[in-house]
Design a protein around this ligand. Structure first.
Ligand SMILES: Cc1cc2nc3c(=O)[nH]c(=O)nc-3n(C[C@H](O)[C@H](O)[C@H](O)COP(=O)(O)O)c2cc1C
Length: 313
């Protein structure tokens, strides 16, 4: 794929390969390691706008960045109320983030039923108000959408145009509808139409697990860049493969460093427990995949997991 720096509003990122927001996964520790492997921009997981405005517990932790990673991190917020979304964009918690991403794709019923996330795809006027209000905060605003709610929908082009007119500086299109959740081929044609509809950069996302998936996505859509999600968890070195660089660490160093950072931030008990959900991704290709995953699920200390990683990755 063609790797190049990308302008997002007034900011410039070093390359056009982004790490997706993934709730429960992309915390400060993981983002930090993906930035070391070369990601152009990382996203926090979705953070509630109301939570930010009311100072809800937990938001700070989701937004936490290692060192000066914040300069390469976009904070993703979600909500259905333009007033709260603007307040959130202006909140003290987001003061160090220059890029704020608005979630308009989350399919989860709890979010959807509140008129948030992907529900906004069915209310373009509300979505426009939200983007306008957030843009009025003076931050660089990006928006992440899907291609629609139901199979057969194709709203990405109209939505991307609306987002551009409302003040967004970049749109990411996850090439699937809400109904599909995370499965199936991405709708390349719908992403391509979104690219053609706007002047701002469009980032294509969905189903990129290999270098050839990335090439296919860019060839078919003409997007300005790509966003990796589960593909990055399965193979963190997809970044170095796409960037054509030598990875700065081995897979076991990657996983051990992640766990170390996580222990430092959350304490050993929580970090060890949270590491379990990474095991299916990390040990997927390992020789003793099943046994390694099982061992991680019953491990109780950093040292135990470190040993399992060293033996299997
Ligand atoms: C576990 C998980 C959590 C996710 N959390 C978020 C989120 O917080 N915000 C968001 O915009 N998308 C979220 N997504 C969607 C991803 O960012 C991405 O759009 C989706 O996984 C499609 O890309 P892929 O096919 O390459 O995995 C999540 C996906 C997964 C699998």
């Amino acid at each position: 794929m063609k790797v190049s720096p990308l302008k997002i509003g007034n900011s410039e990122v070093r390359n056009n390969i982004f790490l997706a927001p993934m709730a429960g996964y992309t915390d400060g520790a993981l983002r930090s390691l993906f930035l070391k492997l070369g990601a152009g921009l990382c996203f926090t997981e979705l953070v509630s706008a109301k939570g930010l405005v009311y100072g809800g517990k937990g938001s700070e932790e989701l937004l936490r960045c290692e060192g000066n990673d914040v300069s390469r991190t976009a904070a993703q917020i979600f909500g259905g109320d333009p007033y709260f979304m603007r307040k959130a964009a202006e909140s003290e918690s987001l003061k160090d983030f220059s890029v704020i991403d608005i979630n308009m794709g989350c399919p989860v019923p709890k979010v959807y039923k509140n008129g948030e996330g992907s529900a906004l795809l069915a209310d373009i006027n509300k979505a426009k108000k939200i983007i306008k209000e957030c843009a009025a905060s003076g931050k660089t605003i990006t928006v992440k959408i899907r291609t629609g709610l139901k199979y057969g929908d194709d709203i990405a082009a109209e939505f991307a145009k609306m987002a551009e007119d409302a003040g967004a500086s970049l749109v990411t299109v996850h090439g699937r509808v809400r109904e599909a959740y995370y499965s199936g081929e991405p709708d390349y044609a719908a992403v391509e139409r979104a690219v053609a509809a706007v002047k701002i950069p469009v980032i294509a996302n969905g189903g990129i697990f290999t270098v050839s998936d990335a090439d296919k996505m860019l060839d078919r859509t003409g997007a300005a860049g790509i966003m990796l999600a589960r593909g990055a968890l399965r193979n963190p070195f997809l970044f170095s493969e796409l960037l054509n660089t030598e990875p700065s660490m081995s897979f076991s160093e990657f996983a051990i460093n992640q766990l170390k950072l996580s222990v430092a931030e959350k304490g050993e008990i929580r970090a060890v427990k949270e590491f379990r959900k990474f095991a299916p991704y990390y040990f997927r290709g390992a020789k003793n995949s099943g046994a390694a995953r099982l061992a991680v699920s019953s491990a109780a200390t950093f040292l135990e997991i470190e040993r399992i990683i060293r033996e299997n990755l």
